[in-house]
Design a protein around this ligand. Structure first.
Ligand SMILES: [Zn+2]
Length: 214
């Protein structure tokens, strides 16, 4: 069986990048142009636009960055910087985005925990530099929450994502996904570790996964 194309008729990333460059590079700065190929590519592959069905209808490049800053014009809100280059990498899934936002929710309690446990709880000797989720693991916490969350609830969490805010996407505290996660997380056991013991935990988790124990 032959390899599926990278995107549409483009066999690999390079073919598509070359095609887009051949459209964008000859364009003069600060001048609007249309390019249905790039519009479609952004609609389907951009990390934000794909979740909101946003299809830019025109483009321009400015000298704000080198070689240029790329703008798309969107029907609902006008011009906004949009990188076609970033769309070449496979975008994170909705699940990846929610997972990262849930991880961010744990940062404050982890750093509070570390302040209360300055010495590694595994070897009892070295200063603690990391706090990890000992029981259950962070991934298990996320699994349990997602297992009882409907797709519509996950989508409604993502719907609060605002492209105009510069800080990373976070799930509102009152959203059911955040409430459920916080409840489970409050009962999770954390462990403060030194660098060396933390690395050991990571490699034993990887090994456990490899041998199918987890
Ligand atoms: Zn240690």
């Amino acid at each position: 069986m032959s390899k599926p194309p990278f995107w549409r008729t483009y066999q690999n990333q390079k073919d598509l990048v070359d095609a887009i460059r051949s459209i964008v590079n000859p364009q003069p700065f600060d001048t609007e142009f249309s390019a249905p190929l790039i519009s479609d590519f952004i609609l389907e592959r951009h990390y934000f636009c794909r979740h909101r069905s946003l299809r830019p209808t025109a483009f321009k490049k400015t000298r704000e960055d080198s070689p240029y800053r790329f703008y798309g014009e969107f029907q609902s809100f006008g011009w906004h910087p949009v990188s076609w280059r970033k769309c070449v990498q496979l975008p994170p899934s909705a699940r990846d985005i929610l997972c990262r936002a849930l991880r961010d929710r744990t940062l404050v309690s982890k750093s509070n925990y570390r302040r209360r446990h300055p010495i590694c709880e595994a070897c009892g000797q070295s200063p603690a530099v990391e706090v990890h989720h000992a029981e259950p693991t962070f991934n298990a916490l996320v699994e349990s929450v997602l297992a009882v969350t409907t797709l519509a609830e996950q989508e409604s969490a993502l719907a609060t994502w605002d492209w105009f805010r510069t800080e990373a996407f976070s799930i509102p505290d009152t959203h059911v996904l955040a409430v459920r996660f916080d409840q489970l997380h409050a009962r999770a056991r954390l462990q403060a570790l030194c660098r060396c013991c933390h690395n050991l935990t990571k490699s034993s988790t990887t090994e456990a996964k490899r041998s199918g124990e987890s």
